[in-house]
Design a protein around this ligand. Structure first.
Ligand code: NDP
Length: 511
């Protein structure tokens, strides 16, 4: 269906019945959905409607992919320095609107203000700046005469239009993790934020327009998985799909992408173990475990979910962890002293409660459960199970809430075996003062990141990504940049001869 984007474009954001309306970025315009449908966005801590965003469909997706396809030849042939400049300008634009982004992210995702203002937003901007630099660093094999009489060289080329699908747990960070390396490498992007948390992504779209990012280089389309996600995944011109979310949806996307042999980059679920060895600093381990368990209300694919403590210190650790869990301050996300906010949605709260109910029904001991404030909001309290069988659902499945299991183990080898007895492999930590044990356990753990004596820190320069059913493809670092490129071998004949020495093996006789 031919659609005139100009006829749909309006200035952003407009107010209708006092509810701000945000619009999608397609090509050079901020637009509503072609069908004119809107979706309400809720603050998870108050359950109030805070905004409306376009509810797009396959027609909007097609327009966005076409815009990205049209932008690709010019963007991909800019010099790395020119692309770097645009990304740096975008980072400066995000800095300019940092206060607004912090407010939007906090109220849209239900995150405590101190987490967003000290973590999510400055880290996202830092990551964008990193990729502005990485755009200028092309690494790989040196050019040379690998075969006599020929010069071989590798070109690192962009892939084309990237369809990026982000989750709701870290909306601005995930948007940047997808946009920045892809654009740095010369691709163009169509981003679909999660339907619950699109506001900071749509703001990035406004900022991209304001800083003059060339039309179509970045496009942002809002809506649900079936209406927007799948049309993007199966669109013939989307040559790679970058997805962060559940393992189940990742498998579906991989299956759909296989039909057109498109590349996939999948950052999926996690079920991180935290191993406390007998010689560990128990106070440090307990504090690290509390931060790792309750960060972002446990809605973090690297969150601590299975704590394995060598038996001599099991009760000491459990007592200290429980004491600290009681100190976690839950409530008003706008207060600087709030440690933990609500879950993202009523659905997620029901999902988490379901895991807890089933664990109790299975006879697993509930050691502690806190309380949540009265009133609205999808709050769920810190919850500690103990001594759960390794094959139980609560030890095997991603809960994505502030729910943790603490089990004793009788040896380092048992800790490693239990930690690895899981289909996921994203992140893990080991706590010990023994350097030999630290190296041994770090090498044995089948996870993409292993921390020693800490849990959670990430940085732009180092890769993040999974083993096993946590997916494949790295985020952050030069490894992420490489994910968004394709290696091309170009081989030059140096002889200039019509009949080469090796031709006889196919045609004619040896010379
Ligand atoms: P999903 O993986 O189903 O959704 C993540 C994103 O993918 C959303 O934007 C979703 O849109 C979209 N999506 C869903 N189905 C498709 C599809 N077939 N094609 C394209 N896009 C699609 O996660 P949920 O939101 O349902 O959360 C469920 C669980 O997933 C959580 O409890 C948690 O365990 C895990 N999860 C893990 C994350 C991680 O960082 N590893 C992040 C988020 C969730 P829509 O919501 O409209 O379906």
């Amino acid at each position: 269906m031919p659609v005139n984007l100009h006829a749909l474009s309006v200035q952003a954001p407009i107010e209708v019945f006092m509810t701000p309306r945000y619009r999608m970025l397609i090509g050079s315009e901020l637009v509503p959905a072609v069908e004119g449908l809107w979706q309400s966005i809720i603050n998870p801590s108050t359950e109030e409607i805070i905004a409306e965003v376009p509810q797009a469909n396959a027609v909007d997706v097609d327009l966005a992919v076409q815009a990205a396809q049209k932008a690709f030849p010019a963007w991909s042939t800019l010099s790395p320095g020119e692309r770097s400049h645009y990304l740096w300008q975008l980072a400066q634009g995000l800095e300019k609107y940092s206060d607004e982004l912090i407010q939007l992210e906090s109220t849209n995702a239900g995150k405590p203000i101190k987490l967003v203002s000290n973590g999510d937003v400055p880290f996202a901007i830092d990551n964008l700046k990193y990729f502005a630099g990485q755009a200028r660093v092309i690494e790989g094999l040196g050019t040379g005469e690998v075969v006599g009489g020929y010069t071989s060289t590798i070109r690192r080329e962009p892939i084309g239009v990237i369809g990026s699908i982000a989750p709701w747990n870290y909306p601005i960070m995930m948007a940047i993790w997808k946009i920045a390396p892809a654009l740095a490498a010369g691709n163009t992007v169509v981003l679909k934020p999660a339907p619950q948390t699109p506001l900071t992504s749509l703001k990035i779209g406004e900022i991209a327009q304001e800083i003059g990012l060339p039309p179509g280089v970045l496009n942002i389309v809002t809506g649900g998985g079936p209406e927007v996600g799948e049309p993007l995944v199966i669109h013939p011109q989307a040559r790679m799909i970058s997805f962060t979310g559940s393992t189940a949806t990742g498998k579906r996307i991989m299956g759909l992408a296989a039909h057109k042999m498109a590349r996939v980059h999948l950052e999926l679920g996690g079920k991180a173990p935290l191993i406390v060895l007998a010689d560990a600093d128990i106070e440090a381990a307990a504090r690290g475990a509390v931060v790792g368990s309750y960060v972002n209300t446990g809605q973090d694919c690297t969150a601590v979910t299975r704590i394995l403590v060598e038996r001599p210190h099991y009760h000491h650790f459990l007592d200290r962890f429980t004491e600290l869990s009681k100190e976690v301050r839950i409530g008003d996300i706008s207060s600087e002293s709030t440690d933990m906010g609500p879950l993202v949605s009523a659905d997620q709260k029901e999902r988490v409660a379901g895991f807890v109910d089933r664990a109790q029904a299975a006879g697993i001991k509930l050691h502690y459960q806190g309380t949540v404030p009265d009133g609205p909001g999808f709050y769920y309290p810190p919850t500690i199970f103990v001594e759960a069988p390794t094959d139980s659902e609560i030890m095997q499945e991603e809960v994505f809430g502030p729910v943790v299991v603490i089990n004793p183990v009788d040896s380092v080898d048992e800790a490693i075996a239990v930690a690895n007895d899981i289909r996921y492999g994203l992140a893990a930590s080991v706590w010990t003062k023994n350097i030999h044990q630290a190296w041994k356990v770090a090498a044995a753990l089948q996870f993409g990141t292993v921390w020693v004596n800490d849990h959670l820190p990430l940085c732009a320069e180092m890769p993040h990504g999974g083993f096993k059913e946590s997916g494949f493809g790295k985020d952050l670092s030069r490894y992420a940049f490489e994910e968004y490129t394709i290696a091309k071998h170009v081989m030059f004949d140096l002889s200039g001869e019509a009949e080469k020495g090796w031709h006889f093996s196919v045609f004619g006789d040896p010379q």
